[in-house]
Design a protein around this ligand. Structure first.
Ligand SMILES: [Zn+2]
Ligand SMILES: [Zn+2]
Length: 279
């Protein structure tokens, strides 16, 4: 496993110079939610992938979803992360995060869920349009008006930002995942999101997993990241790894894109306090 991961890492980095500056990976899923690797596997892999700060961000949901951490396992998982955090001579800094679904109308319940966890940061994500999980069940896209779906999706994302529940907005344009695009210029949605991000002082995640999906690009795309840069909206990095060898996937490329756009800093979090560090 380690050898395969090392080979993959060489592939990602061979065309890029050695990474400099801070490299956090704040979006990873372990076998407590829908990932297949343990916390320790991620920890072992992190230094191969040149990660400086590793954030565990398993799914938590107020919905009864099969991919979220089970209520009866939350305490055990929490103890596990705190034990790792207290280990001596760790190769990377560890952060306790969570990816929490935004469900319109459930803000108070989400707030209660967040308050019960000793988190360093919270990623807010939209995976549902009403009861349809468009992230894992793509069939419903067929025959639908894609412009309307984009409208619906970005309205919910905007509500998630305006809720101020979250530190980081996850895969902000996930609706493109399966390669369905609207007829209209998406900038009308983007401008509204930028306004909300700015007003709420939110951080946007550059989620590299989109390169493996039919859309074949980061979430969000370079145009949106450029809009964020010109509005002084901070970014951080997430691989959305579901197994340890995906940690830091495409990060050399992501850092190069960010630097070309003009970013010189990346956001990190400790106990929900943001710190900007050299990229
Ligand atoms: Zn997600
Ligand atoms: Zn995720």
């Amino acid at each position: 496993m380690r050898q395969v991961a090392r080979k993959q890492f060489i592939l990602w980095t061979e065309n890029y110079p050695q990474q400099s500056g801070m490299t956090p990976d704040y979006h990873t899923h372990t076998n407590y939610s829908d990932g297949i690797s343990s916390h320790h596997s991620y920890l072992n892999q992190a230094s191969y992938a040149c990660i400086d700060e590793l954030g565990f961000s398993d799914h938590f949901s107020i919905l009864d979803s099969k991919w979220s951490v089970k209520a009866e396992e939350i305490q055990q998982m929490q103890n596990h992360i705190l034990t790792i955090k207290n280990m001596e001579e760790l190769p990377v800094r560890i952060r306790f995060g969570a990816e929490i679904d935004f469900i319109p109308g459930q803000e108070k319940n989400i707030q209660a869920l967040i308050q019960n966890l000793p988190l360093d940061y919270v990623i807010g994500s939209v995976h549902f349009l009403n009861s349809w999980n468009f992230d894992t069940d793509p069939q419903n896209f067929e025959g639908r008006n894609i412009d309307e779906l984009y409208d619906q999706y970005f309205n919910i994302v905007r509500r998630s930002i305006n809720s101020k529940l979250y530190d980081i907005i996850g895969h902000i344009d996930l609706i493109k995942k399966f390669g369905h695009y609207p007829c209209h210029d998406p900038s009308r949605w983007h401008k509204k999101l930028i306004r909300s991000l700015k007003q709420t002082n939110s951080v946007v995640e550059v989620n590299t997993s989109g390169l493996n999906k039919p859309c074949k690009e980061f979430y969000p795309d370079a145009n949106f990241i450029t809009l964020c840069f010109h509005s002084n909206i901070p970014v951080t990095l997430g691989s959305d790894a579901h197994e340890a060898n995906q940690i830091g996937q495409y990060f050399p490329l992501a850092k190069e894109v960010l630097k070309k756009i003009g970013y010189r800093q990346v956001a990190t979090f400790h106990k929900r306090i943001r710190k900007m560090e050299a990229l």
